[in-house]
Design a binder for this molecule. Structure first.
Ligand code: NAG
Ligand code: NAG
Ligand code: NAG
Length: 286
């Protein structure tokens, strides 16, 4: 008996400390104030550089709860030395409150992650794009991040798309909440392009444009249990802008609800475009 307990304890110890060689990097330890007024962008960059440059199985960039961080347009670039990089977002991140305070007026993205395989963005926190003063910029743009996980977070008032995913393979997005006013222009919830093996499930999207837009170059997209609305629905497209060639295949949309949306699920094309939308299965009924 004693031996069994001992073995159990050794196992627990192993699971907690042995298996995952993780290290935390808290933005407050790198000079962030978290008062919602001071520009904390530099502290975030420093924290990212430390986390991304640290080795091991997983580096965790901590954005603690009970703090609000004002962030200017920022790019988190990989690849990182650790196999996985986790952004633990429990606090609130806010954009500058108006365009005059935006450090880079030509930036098309507020928060960008580029080339970070094994990226995880998780937590109970919120990103607030405060977009109502200028609806033009994507809130969270993630490109070339294979094995991407996003879960738990909330995005409100994105200044254009809430989350845009480009050129990522193996993506899981779940339990997220996206909110923008019904009359906010171009505030797609999740916009996906040139990606494959994407699972989006158990999320709530209330916004001014498409809840989810599946653009060209996507294959094997699975959307399940999404509560959409207000918004324009779930769309494949728009495909074939300016006579372009577009290809989308293997899209599965199941168990979604549409409440106060202008459309349900649809395929949108531009006149004159070429290509295909193939094997699209939308069965949201029950
Ligand atoms: C889609 O995702 C849901 C939720 O993860 C899963 O239950 C279902 O099997 C998936 N369907 C396909 C076709 O991959
Ligand atoms: C639909 O949306 C309206 C307004 O947001 C809300 O009051 C209502 O409860 C929703 N209905 C369902 C079935 O979710
Ligand atoms: C479409 O998806 C539904 C729900 O997963 C499934 O029951 C049905 O067989 C699929 N239809 C085709 C043609 O694949």
């Amino acid at each position: 008996m004693m031996e069994r307990i001992l073995r159990f304890l050794i196992l627990v110890n192993f699971l907690c400390f042995g298996l995952v060689n993780g290290q935390n990097y808290n933005v407050l330890d790198f000079g962030a104030t978290g008062d919602g007024q001071t520009d904390d962008s530099n502290a975030f960059v420093k924290t990212w550089n430390a986390a991304c440059g640290g080795g091991g199985d997983i580096s965790i960039l901590l954005i603690p709860a009970e703090n609000t961080f004002l962030i200017q347009p920022i790019v988190f670039r990989g690849p990182c030395r650790s196999s996985n990089t986790k952004v633990q977002l429990d606090g609130i991140i806010v954009a500058p409150s108006n365009k005059e305070e935006w450090s880079n007026p030509s930036s098309r993205t507020w928060i960008k992650f580029s080339a970070v395989p094994g990226l995880m963005i998780v937590g109970s926190g919120t990103i607030n794009g405060r977009g109502s003063s200028f609806w033009e910029v994507r809130s969270l743009h993630i490109s070339q991040c294979d094995n991407l996980i996003i879960t738990g977070i909330t995005s409100i008032d994105s200044p254009r798309n809430h989350i845009s995913i480009a050129a990522c393979t193996n993506v899981a997005i779940s339990n997220i909440h996206l909110f923008a006013p019904e009359d906010s222009p171009n505030t797609d919830g999740i916009d996906i392009s040139r990606s494959s093996n994407v699972n989006i499930f158990d999320s709530t999207i209330q916004t001014g444009d498409d809840c989810i837009a599946i653009n060209t170059g996507n294959t094997n997209i699975n959307i399940t249990r999404i509560n959409c609305g207000p918004g324009h629905g779930i769309s494949v497209g728009s495909l074939g802008l300016n006579g372009g060639n577009a290809a989308v295949s293997d899209v599965q949309v199941t168990q979604c609800t549409f409440n106060q949306t202008t459309n349900g699920a649809r395929i949108k094309t531009w006149p004159g475009g070429q290509g295909y939308a193939r094997n699209i299965n939308i069965s949201c009924g029950d």
